[in-house]
Design a protein around this ligand. Structure first.
Ligand SMILES: N[C@@H](CCC(=O)N[C@@H](CS)C(=O)NCC(=O)O)C(=O)O
Length: 221
């Protein structure tokens, strides 16, 4: 059995780290986490601490130690895709070809898009904050996310399911957005509220929340 170590950033802030954490927890595989504090400017800086783990100088990073080789995978989407490939029984990629293509599209759209949501609605996992004055671009991106979630839930996620029925790579990629929308009290339709509640109820989200709360209480975030 492979030994997994997921290198993550400060839980309260690291939206990119939460994505593969959700995926790895969903596989049911044992793993360890190694935490790197983000936004440290004094020596060793965050970047200096990450570089021995990853050539990108960014977290998350997944280290995979197999009997005969050790592999490093960086970038949240690459890690999730790698886990989906190594553990097909977890169903991170939907079995149905059409749903699978859609789930991949959702994941990729999140990965490469929504810059204004990231900028104005920064992840503060353990905090509730007042809504900033949203730019038009941010409003449009929020509306696009709500529309995309609603469409997927109507097609695949009725009866208490996730975006594509069973929990998938798309849910991993959007879990940080569930946190952002909660932190800033974004108004959502009922179908989305139900989905967000189901994401929050996952043990992985609750564990991440406990960790983020501890960081905030310790003044680390
Ligand atoms: N595209 C990358 C982005 C990763 C990223 O930007 N990570 C941030 C933390 S959430 C980071 O490592 N920042 C390093 C720093 O603050 O010096 C991914 O999806 O993994």
């Amino acid at each position: 059995m492979a030994r997994y170590t997921l290198v993550i950033g400060t839980r309260n802030w690291s939206s990119w780290s939460l994505r593969p954490y959700m995926a790895l927890r969903h596989t049911g595989q044992p793993f360890e986490t190694a935490l790197v504090r983000l936004r440290v400017k004094e020596s060793p800086t965050t970047r200096e601490t990450i570089l021995p783990h990853s050539p990108s100088g960014k977290v998350p990073v997944l280290k995979i130690e197999d009997a005969d080789e050790t592999m490093t995978v960086w970038d949240s989407l690459a890690i999730i895709e790698t886990l989906a490939e190594r553990h097909p029984e977890a169903g991170l990629l939907p079995a149905d070809a059409r749903a699978r293509a859609m789930a991949r599209s959702y994941a990729a759209e999140m990965h490469s898009g929504f810059p204004d949501v990231r900028d104005q609605l920064g992840m503060e996992f353990a905090r509730s904050l007042p809504m900033p004055e949203l730019r038009d671009a941010t409003k449009e991106q929020v509306a696009r996310i709500l529309e995309a979630w609603t469409r997927a839930l109507e097609n695949y996620g009725l009866d208490g399911g996730f975006l594509f029925g069973r929990f998938s790579i798309a849910d991993c990629m959007y879990a940080p957005v569930v946190s952002r929308f909660t932190t800033y009290g974004i108004a959502v339709p009922d179908i989305v509220k139900g989905y967000m509640d189901r994401i929050w109820a996952l043990p992985a989200m609750q564990e991440w929340k406990r960790g983020a709360e501890e960081e905030v209480a310790a003044g680390l975030s």
